[in-house]
Design a protein around this ligand. Structure first.
Ligand code: SF4
Length: 453
């Protein structure tokens, strides 16, 4: 068993992150001040704070441990010891100097450059959005569950027969908020789940309410995550256009039919193209598509083909995700890279980025989830000038997000740099009973009575 004993610091979490990267699951033992991993080599290491380090203690101890485990295993990871913090935050701290990321955190050069490129644009977008209000409306339902879905804890298909009631609850929550919304939001984002799972009538009712309560105008960035093409109809697209929606996401995840079928997506690549053309005909001039690298049942080359296929559509935004996947204990780097015979996903992502750069796309936001393969990232690319401000604002510490819907999380940024969060109840049935109370809670949270209309 590998035992890491902490001396002079309490960064159990960060040490655990680094151990997991190399060996898989581990646990904390506060009594012995140690992080323990059953799958590592039989040895005890000391993780000591070093007062002379130029890095903050929490980062220094991770760096030291990463260096040691890299020596022991001969393994390295694309983001080095950078875990638990967005790479673009560190890139901005380092004045966009990619060499600092390489030297201080062992970040691989291509990732260090990517972080700096992304951070420059992300920072300027965040500055535009600073202190402004953004609105999120969450619809945690889907027509079926994709095999890889890790997004929503509760079953997204469970309450499909109650969508009409859910639309009512959202409208109740927004109506309760309405008299207190004095600021016109810069961005509105309807996400999920799959918001287009509503039928045309409910879709229109909810959008009308959003437009009216938040006074969406021509200048408002208003996005609907249309998600699964099998839920998008011409009628819903028209309802969106009529109510000020000016951006949509149509998310194929892959353009390979065999994979789509096996991951339970319920649509084909041709359906994606058909809906895309419908959306263009209906006047949507900013369209995003999400793709996932590392899906089961397909190879790295299949992923690259999907990237090339959607780029042919001349989309404004393409977002590349890496599949969330718990690294199994005892997997070697090669096992991870070539799991299920898929080929080198790390390299495929690298090649996808090069391809997108070559087609004139630039990266503008990035985040990492725990337990993706090799700790790889998710990156949003856009054609210059077509970035989605909400995607940056929702991650920024300087922006407010007022959220409606079951489980939706609001956040408030304060002048002194603090920010606080306020969740809506997660349970869909509870939410439908308590939509008014959810609104009241937010009226207090944002202190909306002060500037009521
Ligand atoms: S569309 Fe998204 S949220 Fe819905 S089941 Fe698929 S992965 Fe999960």
């Amino acid at each position: 068993m590998l035992k890491i004993v902490l001396e002079g610091h309490d960064n159990y979490y960060g040490i655990g992150d680094v151990v997991r990267l190399f060996y898989g699951p581990c646990r904390e033992d506060k009594e012995t001040r140690a992080v323990l991993c059953d799958f590592g080599p039989d040895m005890t290491l000391i993780s000591a704070a070093d007062a002379s380090s130029v890095l903050p203690v929490n980062r220094q101890v991770k760096r030291d441990l990463y260096e040691k485990l890299a020596q022991i295993t001969g393994m390295s990871f694309p983001w080095g010891s950078l875990t638990g913090i967005r790479p673009t935050v560190v890139a901005a701290e380092e004045n966009f100097d990619h060499r600092a990321l390489i030297e201080k955190y062992f970040v691989r050069e291509d990732k260090a450059r990517l972080a700096c490129d992304t951070a420059r644009l992300e920072k300027s977008i965040a500055e535009q959005a600073a202190r402004k209000l953004n609105v999120y409306a969450g619809v945690p339902f889907c027509p079926g569950r994709c095999e890889y879905c890790s997004f929503i804890a509760q079953d997204v298909t469970k309450h499909l027969n109650r969508l009409h009631d859910y639309a009512d609850a959202m409208i109740t929550e927004m109506d309760t908020l309405a008299p207190f919304i004095s600021e016109v939001p810069g961005t509105i984002y309807m996400g999920g789940g799959t918001p287009t799972v509503f039928d045309e009538g409910d879709m229109r009712r909810v959008l009308e309410s959003m437009k009216e309560v938040f006074r969406a105008g021509e200048k408002t960035e208003f996005t609907v995550e249309a998600g699964r093409p099998d839920t998008i109809t011409e009628g819903k697209l028209i309802a969106m256009r009529d109510n000020g929606v000016n951006r949509i996401c149509i998310n194929p995840q892959t353009m390979r039919d065999e994979t789509l079928r096996r991951i339970n997506r319920g649509h084909t690549a041709a359906d994606v193209v058909k809906v895309y053309e419908q959306a263009r005909r209906n006047g949507f001039d900013v369209i995003n598509m999400d793709l996932i690298a590392g899906l089961k049942y397909e190879t790295a080359d299949d992923f690259l083909n999907s990237v090339k296929t959607v780029a042919e559509l001349d989309l404004e935004n393409i977002t590349i995700h890496t599949l969330y996947k718990k690294r199994r204990a005892g997997m070697s780097r090669d096992d991870v890279l070539n799991a299920d015979g898929r080929g080198d996903i790390d390299k495929a992502v690298q090649r996808a980025y090069e391809f997108l750069y070559g087609r004139g796309y630039v990266p503008y936001y990035m985040y990492r989830q725990k337990d993706t393969e090799l700790g790889l990232e998710n990156t949003g690319f856009c054609k210059p000038g077509t970035h989605n401000v909400y995607n940056v604002a929702m991650m920024s510490y300087d922006s407010n997000v007022l959220s409606v819907g079951a489980g939706a999380m609001s956040k408030r940024a304060f002048e002194d740099g603090r920010y606080e969060r306020c969740p809506n109840v997660k349970d869909v049935s509870l939410y439908m009973n308590e939509a008014r109370e959810c609104a009241q809670k937010k009226i207090s949270f944002f202190d909306l009575r002060r500037n009521a209309r």
